[in-house]
Design a protein around this ligand. Structure first.
Ligand SMILES: NC(=O)c1ccc[n+]([C@@H]2O[C@H](COP(=O)([O-])OP(=O)(O)OC[C@H]3O[C@@H](n4cnc5c(N)ncnc54)[C@H](O)[C@@H]3O)[C@@H](O)[C@H]2O)c1
Ligand SMILES: O=c1ccn([C@@H]2O[C@H](COP(=O)(O)OP(=O)(O)O[C@H]3O[C@H](CO)[C@H](O)[C@H](O)[C@H]3O)[C@@H](O)[C@H]2O)c(=O)[nH]1
Length: 323
């Protein structure tokens, strides 16, 4: 697994182990530029390695006889990608190609890849089906799409089968793992921490969108549901399933104001907030059509928005108590 010290990767590790994978059968490759070594469960092999280092990957994959890869390592912030596209091409594309080269060299022929709804750009209709044209509107979405396309060629040229999982907005906490530092800027942690008085008031990025209340609408999906999606995708490849690309979302949209209200209701404290101009390159509404993932993987999101927010609230509360 690449990026297993990060947010979605570490939750997936815990989920895999709860579902019968032995920790010793998993190797995590992560350079710890983000994420935390502490989030990796005991017993899992950990290699602090940059994916750009193809030779080290080849040696590791041979030594551990790696048969499949779940590829989480990447950068995932829209505004950061606008400020520094080079970092996004280097990490999401160049490092990804280094991984694929290593897989080719050792004969590893299965990969599950973390892609994103940001590859769709501003969709022509919602909910968004996988057949929607992919026209990214920021370097983040573009670099993820480049790697999706590379996967199609690596299947044709080298027989590497893939499951591309396009997740919508990952949120929530489970298995005693939460999120670390860099995730606090995301909508739900930012709102929870502001309500707790541990972050500045939430800036509402844009109140003049063509949505029911003027603020952006997103599809928040619980990280434990994503973890289950990866588990099922891995099984699909192990059972010789065909390559595919699938949306993972809750299928429900929530506006920024909906989130502020829900955090207030669940946490019992109002969320200090202020109106702010639109953020660069934010599509107004992103909601997943998840029927294909249900049909191909048998995946059903189990958690509601309230579950997500209360798990984030409890995670941050436990962090305060642990201090
Ligand atoms: N969080 C979301 O809402 C979301 C939504 C859609 C897609 N994704 C994708 O899911 C993946 C995981 O996201 P996350 O939120 O867990 O991010 P994260 O930052 O928490 O985890 C990414 C991990 O990758 C590692 N990493 C980065 N570059 C590396 C490199 N060159 N070599 C080795 N390790 C490297 C980091 O140290 C980190 O531990 C990303 O690829 C992201 O694009 C995330
Ligand atoms: O302080 C904040 C934070 C966010 N938002 C709004 O809340 C929504 C969610 O914002 P996030 O930054 O939490 O996430 P994004 O919608 O930017 O999601 C993008 O980045 C995610 C990872 O961060 C996923 O990759 C996802 O697929 C991709 O579309 C956006 O409308 C944003 O404008 C605010 O108004 N104030």
């Amino acid at each position: 697994m690449t990026g297993g010290a990060g947010y979605v990767g570490s939750h997936t590790l815990h989920h895999l182990i709860r579902n019968g994978y032995s920790p010793e059968s998993i190797i995590v490759v992560d350079n710890l530029c983000r994420g935390s070594r502490d989030a990796v469960p005991h017993g899992v092999h950990f290699a602090e390695v940059d994916l750009l280092d193809t030779e080290v990957l080849v040696e590791l994959f041979r030594r551990h006889d790696v048969s499949a890869v779940i590829h989480f390592a990447g950068f995932a912030y829209v505004d950061e990608s606008m400020a520094d596209p080079t970092a996004y091409y280097r990490t999401n594309v160049v490092a990804g190609l280094s991984l694929l080269e290593a897989m080719v060299r050792v004969g590893c022929r299965a990969i599950v890849f973390s892609s994103t709804c940001a590859t769709y750009g501003t969709p022509s209709s919602v909910p968004i089906a996988e057949s929607e044209p992919q026209i990214p509107i920021n370097p983040y979405g573009e670099t993820k799409l480049v790697f999706e396309r590379a996967l199609e060629w690596y299947e044709r040229c080298h027989g590497i089968r893939h499951v591309i999982l396009r997740y919508f907005n990952a949120a929530g906490a489970a298995y005693g793992v939460g999120s670390y530092g860099n995730h606090d800027v995301r909508m739900i942690p930012a709102a929870v921490l502001a309500a707790m008085g541990r972050r500045p008031p939430v800036k509402i990025f844009g109140t003049d969108y063509e949505t029911s209340d003027g603020t952006c609408v997103r599809d928040y999906v619980h990280v434990a549901d994503l973890a289950e999606g990866h588990c099922l995708a891995l099984e699909h490849l192990r059972e010789d399933g065909a390559s595919t690309a699938l949306n993972l979302g809750s299928g429900r949209g929530s506006s920024v104001l909906n989130i502020l209200e829900a955090v207030h209701r669940i946490g019992g404290r109002p969320v200090p907030n202020e109106k702010s101009p639109r953020r660069l390159c934010d599509p107004p509404t992103l909601i997943a059509d998840t029927r294909l993932a249900q049909r191909i993987l048998g995946w059903h999101p189990a958690y509601t928005l309230d579950d997500i927010i209360s798990s984030v609230w409890h995670w941050h509360q436990s962090m305060v108590m642990a201090r």
